[in-house]
Design a protein around this ligand. Structure first.
Ligand SMILES: C[S@@+](CC[C@H](N)C(=O)[O-])C[C@H]1O[C@@H](n2cnc3c(N)ncnc32)[C@H](O)[C@@H]1O
Length: 386
């Protein structure tokens, strides 16, 4: 039985949340046959693998065990090609077998960084069995196996990939030329790194081409190793759906549709608007989706430069008007200070749940929370007396 992607993602969400609690983890793992759980975990491992340094194909055995049960896979790893995974026993063909207890494997992939990851696996060198015609282990296998294994198991190691490097590797334009957003994202997102976040990004990339795009969805899937990632685009991108990545087709200017998307998949810890960059769309999307960001989360608007482009509904000249993304940020700065207002004006739910407006060049982070600290008290003079 193969579990369909949405069901598998739902299963993984339960697994991720249980990963640090032995009893809960055992209960979730028991929901599926070992072979099926093992397949999902191996898929995650392969997704996270680093580019291998070996130039000869290296077969690596990967066994996932639970009591007397065992699910075996043969992974063929070589630079320049996707890792191939075939189910089945491998003992006589590989240079090295890696063995994981299924619970330890799940914890190494999805648990909080706590040291478990270091000890979760057992490695069984089998070079002696992978002989050439003269009875000697093939030298390239001996030399190249560590490189292949290091790349394959990278996703279970506590070392955290630098976000800029991740963006460049996945082909996202968020870092390294067009934009320099990685540092800003790192500043605001690093605290969620170990959390089972739900993230929605508007704008998947690739425009009309159904097979193009998804670079940033992959970045977030890597970065939030316990997260669930949703992408929405005007064009159908369902070819990019995979474990922990779900795509939705839709126009961000359609409020009813946005409501449907959040009803079905929200609330979200993080929402990123990297869609049309048209100013009226940015405002509509913010109004529809900000209420569905969880307290403590962020709503991000990229590409603020279009606030100055009339063809995007922006304003020519140095002062962006009220209907633009920059205009929205100015309004939000006022909203952030609703408890200090002196004239008439009613604070709405946005004002009461906005706790931070962080603007950087071309990107803004709007923090969600409870904005009711209390204003400056009445006894403090409202008129300067000096
Ligand atoms: C800049 S790309 C997104 C890049 C992607 N976020 C990344 O960083 O890899 C913008 C995407 O927004 C989509 N888009 C344009 N107008 C849209 C709309 N009205 N609603 C939803 N998506 C839209 C385009 O099809 C395109 O794929």
């Amino acid at each position: 039985m193969h579990v369909a992607a949405p069901r598998a993602t739902a299963f993984l969400e339960r697994l991720i949340r249980a990963a640090d609690d032995d009893e809960r983890l055992r209960a979730v793992v028991a929901e599926l046959p070992l072979a099926e759980t093992a397949r999902l975990l191996v898929e995650e491992l392969v997704f996270r693998a680093r580019r291998p340094g070996n130039t000869h194909p290296v077969p690596v055995g990967l066994d996932v065990v639970s009591g007397d049960e065992r699910a075996s896979f043969l992974c063929t790893v070589v630079d320049g090609r996707p890792i191939e995974v075939a189910p089945g026993s491998t003992a006589d063909r590989v240079g090295l077998r890696v063995e994981y207890d299924v619970h330890q494997f799940a914890r190494a992939l999805y648990g909080r960084y706590s040291g478990h990851a270091h000890t979760a696996r057992r490695t069984v060198p089998l070079y002696g069995k992978a002989l050439d015609g003269s009875g000697v282990p093939r030298i390239e296998l001996v030399e190249e196996t560590p490189k292949a294994v290091d790349a394959l198991l990278a996703g279970t190691e506590p070392g955290r990939a630098d976000l800029g490097e991740l963006m460049a590797r996945c082909g996202s334009d968020k870092w390294g030329g067009l934009h320099w957003f990685a540092r800003r994202y790192e500043e605001h997102f690093s605290r969620f790194r170990d959390e089972p976040v739900r993230l929605l990004e508007i704008g998947i990339g690739g425009y009309q081409d159904p097979d193009e795009g998804g670079a940033s969805l992959k970045v977030w899937k890597h970065y939030f190793r316990r997260g669930t990632v949703y992408g929405m685009d005007l064009f159908d991108k369902n070819g990019l759906d995979e474990l922990r990545i779900t795509t939705v087709i839709g126009d961000q200017s359609d409020r009813a549709l946005l409501s449907e998307v959040v009803e079905r998949n929200g609330p979200f810890d993080i929402i990123i608007d990297d869609g049309s960059h048209k100013n009226d769309h940015i405002l509509t999307t913010f109004a529809a989706l900000f209420p569905h960001v969880r307290p403590g989360g962020f709503y991000v608007i990229e590409d603020l430069w279009t606030a100055y482009l009339p063809d995007y509904g922006g304003t020519a000249g140095p002062v962006a008007g009220p209907g633009t993304s920059i205009g929205l940020l100015k309004t939000l700065l006022d909203a952030l200070h609703h408890e200090e207002w002196t004239g008439p004006g009613a604070a709405g739910s946005v004002a009461e749940s906005l706790t931070g407006v962080y603007a950087h060049h071309n990107i803004a982070f709007l923090e969600k929370g409870v904005n009711r600290e209390g204003g400056i008290p009445d006894w403090i003079p409202r008129t300067p007396t000096w």
